[in-house]
Design a protein around this ligand. Structure first.
Ligand code: DGI
Ligand code: FE
Ligand code: FE
Ligand code: FE
Length: 188
């Protein structure tokens, strides 16, 4: 399989430098969360590193993947924000030959979450939100919560994301609402 150097070079053919830096930040934070919550450090590291691999892929490429893998045709009505995870994991599989289903699933749900998330899914979902390069109001609160409980951090992030989307008149992907309903109880 690919050496780390080859992998980093391949990623950089796909994403701009600022995004590559973010992916390295998520790799580092995912590793820290895996240590804290006794997850698989290797899986957390690789899923964190690759989670946004497809973020700059073309609409045509996402539509091709939706057809080829017979994903729900409703996905075609969404856009890059949803596609780069829900479809992007298949580009990681195709381009890099990665076939670790747990890692691919964590990449798939890193934006919208899921009703039932594995430890690795939660680690990547939260690491993406709180990596050291992130700077938005609420990020420090999210970082504090991530030290207390991963489920609380998932709930808080999902709540904030939904508030943000509604405030900007953006559509909410149904799976985002399922994540909210499934985890919001952790905040009460
Ligand atoms: O890829 P990143 O910017 O690192 O972070 P992300 O994958 O968590 O989120 C990407 C974008 O997707 C972000 O602007 C928020 C948006 N998003 C998250 N959930 C939904 C969503 N956009 C829509 N329309 N609907 C959602 O449910
Ligand atoms: Fe993303
Ligand atoms: Fe995220
Ligand atoms: Fe990201």
């Amino acid at each position: 399989s690919m050496s780390r150097t080859e992998l980093l070079e391949k990623i950089q053919t796909q994403v701009k430098p600022s995004r590559f830096k973010h992916m390295l930040g998520v790799e580092k934070m995912a590793t820290e969360l895996a240590e804290r919550y006794m997850g698989n450090i290797y899986s957390a590291s690789l899923a964190g590193l690759l989670h946004d691999y497809a973020k700059e892929a073309s609409t045509k490429e996402f539509l091709r993947l939706i057809d080829k893998y017979q994903l729900d045709p409703d996905l075609k009505k969404w856009g890059n924000a949803v596609w780069h995870g829900k479809v992007g994991f298949l580009k990681v599989k195709e381009d890099l030959g990665l076939d670790n289903e747990e890692i691919l699933h964590a990449i798939e749900v890193h934006t919208v979450g899921a009703k039932e998330m594995s430890l690795l899914d939660k680690i990547v979902y939260v690491a993406d939100y709180i990596e050291e390069g992130r700077d938005f109001s609420g990020v420090d609160k999210a970082r504090q919560l991530a030290k207390k409980s991963l489920d609380i951090a998932v709930a808080y992030e999902t709540r904030e994301t939904i508030i943000y989307l509604a405030d900007h008149n953006l559509p909410i992907y149904p799976q985002t609402l399922e994540t909210y309903n499934s985890y919001i109880g952790a905040l009460t």
